[in-house]
Design a protein around this ligand. Structure first.
Ligand code: GUN
Length: 283
């Protein structure tokens, strides 16, 4: 049986560190503010946005909510971002995705000032990550690195395999593992023999988007398995991309769903917000 990597415990730790940092900033007269923009009323997005606002309250970050109607035009959204980019009292700007049909997400993401892009989606921040410069890093993959480090998993010199190549998870994940001196392979839907590659992994990060797809037959004995997937089953319960029961028979350490990677994303968003004032040269 494998050891659980507890994202609830680790995310709570990170949030309490952020809370201390924010309090220290406040003591120096520096406040931290996050603008959260939601366009339309997608129910899943509403849950995420509510949780982000709640986390802000927990750590002492001021959140400013913009709940815009579905009928908002792209120009109106871009104008709001432009205004927030220029405001000294706003340190982070987050536009909850997905946006309603007809809006160009790339154009919207690119409009956010890279110095306020606490999601780490702006091409400038993606570029900085790839050349080893300081910038904002996408929260979910950054959270995976924290889970590994705080569970005592050595990354340096290890075979790291990432399944999935999305801009938000797979690609930044591979860059982060590389930055930690892992030997990194990225697999995707066109990978010829997926099992042959995943079976080499000491650290396997799964972000395929298919419920329960990765079972023990994909995993080397003793590997560390990180499950980024989250799906709601017909019975209402949550599951990941990894078949937990089967995988936990062979993995040495594994993240559960829920309670693994999920809570880390918001904790890392809070960490990025607290660091934004440094990147903006405010302290
Ligand atoms: N939608 C799903 N995940 C995310 C995220 O991490 N950030 C934003 N802005 N939207 C999302």
């Amino acid at each position: 049986m494998s050891e659980l990597i507890d994202g609830k415990v680790i995310s709570t730790q990170i949030k309490s560190e952020v809370k201390e940092k924010v309090a220290a900033l406040n003591a120096k007269g520096v406040t931290v503010s996050l603008a959260v923009i939601q366009v339309g009323a997608d129910p899943a997005s509403s849950v995420y946005v509510r949780n982000k606002k709640k986390a802000c309250e927990e750590v002492g970050i001021r959140s400013v909510a913009y709940e815009l109607p579905e009928t908002t035009t792209e120009k109106e959204l871009l104008d709001l971002i432009d205004e927030l980019n220029g405001r000294k009292d706003i340190n982070g700007i987050l536009v909850q995705l997905p946006l309603p049909k007809g809006m160009d997400e790339d154009k919207v993401t690119d409009a956010i000032s890279p110095l306020k892009d606490v999601d780490g989606f702006h091409p400038v921040n993606v570029g900085k990550l790839s050349i080893g410069k300081r910038g904002f890093v996408s929260c979910t993959p950054a959270g995976v690195i924290e889970l590994l480090k705080r569970s005592g998993v050595e990354i340096s010199g290890k075979e790291c395999v990432v399944i999935g190549r999305s801009n938000i998870v797979g690609k930044p994940m591979s860059m982060l593992l590389l930055r930690e001196n892992g030997t990194v392979t990225v697999c995707h839907s066109r990978t010829a023999d997926l099992k042959e590659v995943t079976k080499r992994a000491d650290i396997l990060v799964v972000a395929v988007g298919k419920p329960g797809m990765i079972d023990a037959s994909y995993i080397k004995d003793g590997a560390v398995v990180i499950d980024v997937g989250i799906h709601r089953k017909e019975d209402g319960k949550l599951c990941g991309d990894v078949d937990f029961e089967s995988a936990s028979e062979v993995a040495s350490k594994i993240t559960p769903v829920p309670g693994g990677v999920g809570p880390m994303t918001i904790a890392m968003l809070m960490k990025n917000c607290a660091e934004s004032v440094e990147l903006q040269g405010l302290i």
